[in-house]
Design a binder for this molecule. Sequence first.
Ligand SMILES: NC(=O)c1ccc[n+]([C@@H]2O[C@H](COP(=O)([O-])OP(=O)(O)OC[C@H]3O[C@@H](n4cnc5c(N)ncnc54)[C@H](OP(=O)(O)O)[C@@H]3O)[C@@H](O)[C@H]2O)c1
Length: 187
Amino acid sequence: MRTLTYFTATSLDGFIADPKGGFGDFLFEGDHMTALYEEYPDTLPAQAREAMGIDAENKTFDTILMGRATYQVPGGLPSPYPHLRQYVVSTRLTTTPDDVEVIADPLPKVRDLKQEPGLGIWLCGGGRLAATLLPEIDELILKIHPIVLGKGIPLFAGDFPTTRFTKATTRTFDTGVIFTTYTKTDA
Ligand SMILES: NC(=O)c1ccc[n+]([C@@H]2O[C@H](COP(=O)([O-])OP(=O)(O)OC[C@H]3O[C@@H](n4cnc5c(N)ncnc54)[C@H](OP(=O)(O)O)[C@@H]3O)[C@@H](O)[C@H]2O)c1
């Protein structure tokens, strides 16, 4: 069975974006970016892959789930991750390109996707979708940036049960960014 991984950048105080949904305060240069390009090329949007000349095979993920607000982030493309199977969770969105499927009920869809063969399923965000999918999240990969934002879009937003995770790995970069992987603790 394949896994659902919430892979996201976060501030030290647990915000994945500023109050307007921007993430310009995060660091986009340095050794953590080199690791991202080399190890997680699947998580780069089409513009970044093109700009960096990256045409790598998917290594970790072959499927992405985005909340509507994440999909509609300003400057985003209509098909932002064409190298992945793309799903947008929305009850309102009506028009998307052929390679972006809209789903209204994410939990059963994720359970079905997990039964399929393939690479991992990437929960891209945002916080509202992550809160809904928390019962199905198997792994967190947090790119923790050395900044306190004070306010913004939370890592998880909404109602959700207390959920415990176990630290699997941690890597610290010269930039001060930390990649930490947590796996779901068995209940
Ligand atoms: N730091 C990072 O790496 C990172 C990654 C991803 C996103 N982000 C940031 O996160 C922000 C968006 O996060 P967000 O929490 O505000 O929104 P979100 O989770 O991306 O999207 C919320 C929308 O998704 C749909 N949705 C979510 N859960 C649903 C459910 N259970 N059933 C049906 N529809 C559901 C709804 O769309 P409808 O209203 O259409 O029904 C809802 O309004 C973006 O601005 C982006 O900047 C940051």
